[in-house]
Every structure is written in structure tokens, then in C-alpha cells.
Design a protein around this ligand. Sequence first.
Ligand code: ZN
Length: 71
Amino acid sequence: MATTLSAPALSATDRCDRCNAQAYVRVVLPGGTDLLFCGHHWSRHEDALRPQAIEIVDETHRLTEKPAAED
Ligand SMILES: [Zn+2]
């Protein structure tokens, strides 16, 4: 199945580097450093990090999603 891009890349074990809450955003910087952020800290650092990042996995939409009841 070609679902690689939409499959969740972050799990409950991924934690925000700043506050240890569950991470919803992974930012990969040049050199391979990756940072994890919760929704709160991503919103605070997004403007600074987005121009530098080589990859951003943004799953903050999951913060507002209700548990899937429909299929
Ligand atoms: Zn945080």
C-alpha cells in the first residue's frame, strides 16, 4: 500500500525536547539533527526553524482530531 507519506511518523514515545510532552512535530536540520516538539513549542519555534529545516513532519492536525469513529 502506498501509505508511507500519510502514516504517522511520530508515536506516543516521541517526546518534546523542551517539555517532554508528546511530540507532534519532527524537524530535521542539516547534518541530520532532529528535534521533536509538542504543538505548543512548535508554534513558538516554527518561524525560526522552518527556514532551516530540511524535513518537517507536522502531525499537529492530530491534536484537533477526534478519535476516528468513521471509516
Ligand atoms: Zn513542548
